[in-house]
Design a protein. Sequence first.
Length: 85
Amino acid sequence: NSGNPLSAPADYLGAIGQAQKSAQKTLGAVGLDQAIKTFHTEHGRLPKDLKELVSEGTMRELPPVPRGMKFDYNNKTGVIKVVPE
């Protein structure tokens, strides 16, 4: 936010873009977190990688991540994060 009335539309659009990126990160991670918990309940173990959630039928597909980001999954703890690539 520059405070300049002339750049307000650009500032607004930038803020919307950032909010959308943040929402995508949150929704993707929450959906994966739930899928990991479901997989663990059904199989008695954590998935080896995120692709196993799809191959074993827990999810139809992995959620998209915002451009420049990726999922970081720890198969020992089951913790999923969205991090920069």
